[in-house]
Design a protein around this ligand. Structure first.
Ligand code: ATP
Ligand code: I3P
Length: 368
């Protein structure tokens, strides 16, 4: 599974391509070939099994494999970059399930994995890392895997809520939309008994940048000093996801053989086989969105106390804001990392346990 220190600084084995894909280097056997087989099975043109067809929408699109001309022995999975469409992507990787080792694991491997997070069995998930856009300072806060391993049942809700905190507000709109996405994945798991997923993750992404231009509230927020421990990120180097961005000469190395599989996939895409899964925010969540807009507006007003005219203007802006907030927040939750997917003939109860617990923790955040 993920090494988060890599993910949020420079993900080893993961390349970001300018064409909107990421390249994941195949891991050594049996993990790499297992993951490749899984993607081939789910995305293969001969796949007609509705369970797998349904699963496609929860995965990054698989666009075939790629081998650099300079390293003919290397093989990469070419995958849709899930973070691509976001301006300021907030990203969290959560390993799901009671066990982070598969049925073939040696006693030593089992011990190694359990000792990393003994609470996995009880909690059913583990936060591997987070990267959160801080609106007030226009910077990212990063949390590595040590942070997730430090979370206990008691601190889980607060620990996880950091992912939805932009420095001044809890993004309840993003929490609510994330719950809906996870529920759709849970529904798929409740209806399938063909596969078991070990040490696999959910990748959460939501838009961190405020959508204020449409509201006419004002310009970009004042830049504040970054809070202690916050790293400012170079957008060019880091792009969206901190994975290595290929330069133009590297990207020219993409081989023609991939073109064929790519065009097949894009053809499927045009046919609507890969439906984006944006969900509508239920009506009862509108208040949460309005809270959010109030928070944003207050952050944007000039320093010092607003005078009467400013308050009137603020009220006007808030009214306007509320009417503009019909759009659901941009949130994407995808399953990733399939090096330990095994055939089965029962429901994946341990993954389901993790999903349910995760949903309940997220729901608790909305109650605050
Ligand atoms: N399709 C994707 N789009 C965007 N980012 C991705 C995608 N797939 C993976 N990533 C990023 O790369 C990281 C590593 O991905 P993944 O867990 O699949 O790699 P891994 O090599 O199996 O990890 P590990 O070495 O820990 O087992 C993820 O945490 C995520 O941030
Ligand atoms: O996060 P860390 O501390 O780097 O630990 C790694 C993490 O648990 C990975 O998920 C795991 O790969 P798998 O999930 O594929 O087993 C890897 O096993 P490995 O050491 O056997 O590669 C561990 O080392």
């Amino acid at each position: 599974m993920i090494n988060y220190h890599m993910h949020f600084s420079n993900v080893k084995g993961m390349l970001q391509h300018p064409d909107g894909t990421v390249l994941k280097q195949l891991q050594p056997p049996p993990r790499g070939p297992r993951e490749l087989n899984f993607y081939n099975m789910v995305f293969g043109s001969s796949c007609h099994d509705h369970v797998f067809l349904e699963l496609r929408k929860f995965l990054p699109k698989f666009l075939g494999t790629w081998t650099p001309t300079t390293a003919p022995n290397e093989l990469y999975l070419k995958l849709e970059d899930v973070t691509r469409k976001f301006k300021k992507p907030c990203i969290m990787d959560v390993k799901i399930g009671k066990k982070s080792y598969d049925p073939d694991a040696s006693a030593e491997k089992i011990q190694q994995q359990i000792s990393k997070y003994p609470l996995m069995e009880e909690i059913g998930f583990l936060v591997l890392g987070m990267r959160v856009y801080q609106f007030s300072s226009d910077s990212y806060m990063t949390y590595d895997q040590r942070y997730g391993r430090g979370l206990t049942k008691e601190t889980l809700k607060d620990g996880l809520s950091r992912f939805f905190h932009d420095g001044s507000c809890l993004r309840k709109d993003a929490v609510a939309a994330s719950i809906r996405e996870v529920e759709r994945i849970l529904q798929w798991f409740e209806n399938q008994n063909k596969l078991c997923f070990y040490a696999s993750s959910l990748l959460f992404v939501y838009e961190g940048s405020p959508q204020l231009t449409a509201m006419g509230v004002g310009d970009a927020p004042r830049k504040l000093a970054a809070p202690k421990g916050t790293k400012r990120t170079g957008e060019v180097v880091e792009h969206n996801n901190n994975v290595h961005v290929m330069n133009s000469s590297e990207s020219r190395m993409v081989e023609a053989s991939v073109g064929q599989s790519l065009s097949n996939m894009y053809a499927l895409h045009r046919k609507g086989c890969f439906k984006a899964h944006q969900s509508m925010v239920p009506l009862h969540l509108k208040n949460a969105e309005q809270d959010r807009s109030i928070c944003k507006c207050l952050t944007l007003i000039s320093p010092g106390q607003p005078n009467g005219n400013e308050i009137k203007q603020l009220e006007k802006d808030l009214m306007h804001t509320s009417s503009m907030l019909q759009e659901p927040p941009e949130v994407d939750v995808r399953m990733i990392d399939f090096a330990h997917v095994f055939p089965s003939n029962t429901k994946d109860e341990e993954y389901i346990y993790g999903l349910k617990h995760l949903i309940s923790v997220l729901r608790n955040m909305l109650d605050d």
